[in-house]
Design a protein around this ligand. Structure first.
Ligand SMILES: *Cc1c(COP(=O)(O)O)cnc(C)c1O
Ligand SMILES: [Zn+2]
Length: 405
């Protein structure tokens, strides 16, 4: 295991109790401080014997690989998207397709780390509140680890594929009266009373696994750092994880340039984007977040302050896109590139398009959009936005007539 300590991101206190999720002294957010002295003597090539994936980067991770609970997460493709890029006006664009993780979203990167750490601690019960993908992922890793799993979902508003997964993997699926923020409050209460080990992204070990998406992008681009990385922002842990990975690569001397980290929120659920627009370090929670992109339908993002720090200190940006722009971008990715992402993931591409139109992104920038989840998670949204199947008679002539239209 790589030497590390858990500290408070706000006051710097060292946290000794592995079951707390906020600083006992100041209530602040926790983070993992890695000791990377040994990695400074290594080169990226030294890690390449292991397959592309989360555990290739074990020297940057705080959990002993001997305790690894893995379903071979990570190792997702980085597509050059020429046709899409041409249409948007940023030809040198890439899509990192996280929908090809074992349970269909980037959440698996954090969950392999979080559940492995739970195993290290001897936890028997794990749990989380979720807009869907976190619960789908946790349910799978808990099954793999032989742990009991409780997931707290906001009633309604969870995409069908995600609900199906949580049920399928054998979790206790609890439908909580309220929105995501209410479900999280209940899960945290359970954790505070030591009834379960909490694996929401407030858990500092999850972002440690999520750092691997940035490490992989760098490997796939041969350490030629892109100008900008764009990702959707919900609870805001992922953009924080990417930022943390960037700072750690800089610390060990593997990169010297920093990509502009750019977060995209949905218009109806945008506390971080509004804070960014008013240049503040903190955000004002929103009471009734609403968007078709259910994975980022979050009014009180747990890591919102960390995300703002990530964007400010990399010269990044944050803006919103409408549901209509999200659906258009989702369809564009499908029709131009053959890639099917869920609505929240399409927000990154919709954001790139908007930022090009408004001149924030230059025509010749090299940009990576992280597409966080698989479109099949939410088939209802796809079907609602596509033309229905075409009624067809049982003859070649009928088919020909339709194809010629
Ligand atoms: C969780 C999730 C997000 C949001 O990530 P945060 O770390 O909460 O900002 C975006 N897209 C998908 C598909 C997700 O599952
Ligand atoms: Zn503190």
């Amino acid at each position: 295991m790589v030497a590390h300590e858990v500290i408070c991101w706000d006051c710097g206190s060292k946290i000794e109790d592995p079951f707390v999720n906020t600083c006992p002294r100041c209530g602040g957010l926790l983070t993992v401080k890695m000791d990377l002295e040994k990695v400074k003597e290594m080169r990226p090539e030294d890690l390449r014997k292991a397959p592309l994936g989360v555990w290739r980067y074990a020297p940057f991770m705080p959990v002993d690989p001997a305790n690894k609970v893995s379903i071979q997460e990570g190792g997702t493709p980085l597509y050059p998207v020429k046709a899409l890029g041409k249409e948007i006006g940023v030809e040198n664009s890439f899509v990192k397709f996280e929908g090809l993780n074992p349970t269909g979203s980037f959440k698996d990167r954090g969950m392999t780390m979080g559940v492995s750490h739970a195993k290290e601690l001897g936890a028997k019960v794990v749990g989380c509140a979720s807009t869907g993908n976190t619960s789908a992922s946790l349910a799978a890793y808990a099954a793999k680890a032989g742990m009991k799993c409780a997931v707290f979902l906001p009633s309604g508003k969870v995409a069908m594929g995600k609900l199906a997964q949580a049920l399928f993997f054998g979790a206790k699926v609890l439908s909580v009266d309220g929105n995501f923020d209410d479900a999280l409050a209940l899960a945290r209460k359970m954790a505070d009373e030591r009834k379960l080990y909490l694996l929401n992204s407030i858990n500092p070990y999850r972002p440690e696994g999520q750092k691997s998406v940035l490490f992989e992008i760098m490997d796939q681009l041969e350490y030629d750092v892109p100008d900008r990385i764009i990702l959707p922002v919900g609870n805001a842990a992922n953009i924080w994880a990417v930022y943390k990975a960037v700072t750690e690569l800089k610390e060990v001397g593997w990169i010297d340039k920093v990509p502009m980290l750019t977060g995209i929120q949905a218009e109806g659920s945008a506390p971080v984007a509004r804070a960014f627009a008013s240049k503040t370090k903190d955000f004002i929670p929103e009471e009734h977040p609403e968007t078709v992109a259910t994975a980022i339908r979050i009014g009180n993002p747990v890591s919102g302050r960390k995300a703002l720090h990530a964007m400010y200190s990399t010269g990044g940006f944050c803006t919103t896109v409408t549901d209509e722009e999200i659906i258009k971008a989702q369809q564009l990715l499908g029709r131009r590139e053959g890639v099917c992402v869920e609505p929240a993931s399409a927000a990154s591409v919709a954001g790139l398009k908007k930022l090009r139109e408004t001149g924030v992104v230059d025509r010749d920038e090299r940009v990576v959009c992280i597409c966080t989840g698989n479109g099949l998670k939410d088939p209802d949204t796809i079907i609602n936005n596509c033309a229905p199947p075409i009624k067809c008679g049982n003859s070649v002539a009928d088919v020909e007539r339709i194809l010629s239209q």
